[in-house]
Design a protein around this ligand. Structure first.
Ligand code: NAD
Length: 325
C-alpha cells in the first residue's frame, strides 16, 4: 500500500482526496494546508476533513489527528508517514514550489514528490535542483497535471509517428462553477493575461479578482501562455520549445467546458507526408479529473522508480504514468 500525502487542500487537494478514497493501492495518510496539518497512518477520512476545512478553515482542527501550525509543510514532513506527496499548492510567488522542494531536501525525508506546476520558469527552477534531489534520495516528477501533464505526455506519444515535429498546439477549455473553489488556479491564469504578471496577480485581493471577472463575464481567454509543456517536450527531445504553444478559455461561472480540451501534433512522416494527430479529452471530464488522475498515475510510477533506487527530477513527458487501482 502506498501512503500518500497531500500538500494543499484547496480545489485540487480536495479533489485529489476524493480520487484517492476508493483506491486499493494507495492510502491517504497526511494533509497540510496554510494553517495546519493532519496525519493518521491508518488513513484520513475525506468527509470528516472537508467538513472541518469548510467550517473551521483548516485541517489542523481535526481531533485528535490535526495540529495547527504556521509552518505546516515543515511539520508534516517530520511527523507523517508518507511514501509520496502530491503538491497541490499554489505556486505563488513563482518560486514557491522550488522552495518547498528545498524544504524536502533539507529535511532528510526520502520518497516521491509530484507536482502539477504550470509555468516554464517554475519547472526550470526545479531542473536546477536535479543533483540535490538525487543526492537526497527523492524522486521528483514535475508537470504532472493536465497541461502540462496528460496532454504533454499524449504529445510525446503522438510524436512517434513522425520523423520531424513541426508544432504542438494545446488548447484547453475549463469550466468551473465558481472561481473561489480554485483560487490559486484562477490567480495563476490571470497572471498570463496581457498587462498582468505573477506578482500583480498574487497581490490582487479576492474583491479585485471578482471585479476583473465581472468585466469579462467570468471568462478568461488565454493565448501564448508561458507553459512548461514547451520545456518538457524540448527536454524529451521531441521539438524545440518555440514549436509548442498553449492557450485556452476558462469559464469561472459554468461547470460546462467552453471548448473541448485538445492537443494537436503536426509533423512529417518518414515518407514526407505532413499530418496532424489530435487527442481530445472527453467534455464530461473535469479539470480536477484530468489533473488528479495523472498526478497519482505519475506518483505510482515514481514509487517504482524510487524502489529501484532511481532518484532525481523527471517530467511527465519522460516517464509513463501507471494506472492506480
Ligand atoms: P487553491 O487556492 O484552491 O488551494 C490552495 C491550497 O494550498 C489551500 O488549501 C491552502 O491552504 C494551501 N496552502 C497555501 N499556502 C500554503 C502553505 N504555505 N503551506 C501549506 N499549505 C498552503 O489552489 P488550486 O486551485 O487547487 O491550485 C493548486 C495548484 O494547481 C495551482 O498552482 C494551479 O496552478 C495548479 N493547477 C495545475 C493544473 C495543471 O493542469 N497542471 C491545473 C489546475 C491547477
Amino acid at each position: 500500500m502506498i501512503k500518500v500525502g497531500l500538500l494543499g487542500f484547496g480545489g485540487l487537494g480536495q479533489a485529489a482526496a476524493r480520487v484517492l478514497a476508493p483506491k486499493g493501492e494507495m492510502i491517504w495518510t497526511a494533509v497540510a494546508d496554510h494553517k495546519g496539518y493532519a496525519q493518521n497512518k491508518a488513513g484520513l477520512d475525506y468527509d470528516t476533513l472537508i467538513k472541518i476545512y469548510h467550517k473551521q478553515g483548516s485541517v489542523g482542527f481535526l481531533a485528535p489527528d490535526g495540529i495547527l501550525s504556521s509552518h505546516s509543510i515543515q511539520d508534516v514532513i517530520k511527523q507523517a508517514s508518507v511514501d509520496g506527496y502530491f503538491l497541490a499548492l499554489p505556486n505563488l510567488p513563482n518560486t514557491f514550489m522550488a522552495d518547498v522542494a528545498r524544504q524536502f531536501i533539507n529535511s532528510g525525508w526520502r520518497g516521491v514528490l509530484v507536482d502539477a506546476l504550470k509555468r516554464t520558469s517554475a519547472v526550470e527552477q526545479l531542473l536546477a535542483l536535479q543533483d540535490e534531489l538525487q543526492q537526497a534520495g527523492i524522486t521528483y516528477l514535475t508537470g504532472c497535471g493536465a497541461t502540462p501533464g496528460l496532454l504533454t505526455a499524449a504529445a510525446a506519444i503522438a510524436a512517434q509517428s513522425y520523423a520531424e515535429i513541426h508544432n504542438v498546439t494545446i488548447t484547453f477549455g475549463v469550466g468551473i462553477a465558481n472561481w473561489e473553489a480554485y483560487r490559486a488556479t484562477i490567480r495563476e491564469d490571470i497572471a498570463h493575461l496581457p498587462g498582468y504578471d505573477v506578482e500583480k496577480a498574487t497581490a490582487m485581493t479576492d474583491v479585485e479578482v471578482e471585479a476583473l471577472l465581472n468585466e469579462t463575464n467570468g471568462i478568461l481567454t488565454l493565448e501564448n501562455m508561458e507553459h512548461a509543456d514547451d520545456v518538457m517536450l524540448e527536454l524529451a527531445g521531441i521539438c524545440s520549445r518555440d514549436r509548442v504553444s498553449v492557450g485556452g478559455v476558462v469559464d469561472t461561472r459554468n461547470p460546462k467546458k467552453p471548448l473541448s480540451t485538445n492537443v494537436k501534433v503536426t509533423g512529417r512522416t518518414f515518407e514526407g507526408k505532413i499530418s496532424t494527430h489530435t487527442f481530445t479529452l472527453g467534455d464530461e471530464t473535469s479539470m480536477a479529473a484530468n489533473v488528479c488522475g495523472p498526478a497519482f498515475g505519475y506518483l505510482k510510477a515514481g514509487i517504482s522508480l524510487h524502489r529501484r533506487g532511481i532518484y532525481g527530477l523527471f517530467t511527465a513527458a519522460e516517464v509513463m504514468p501507471q494506472f492506480v487501482r
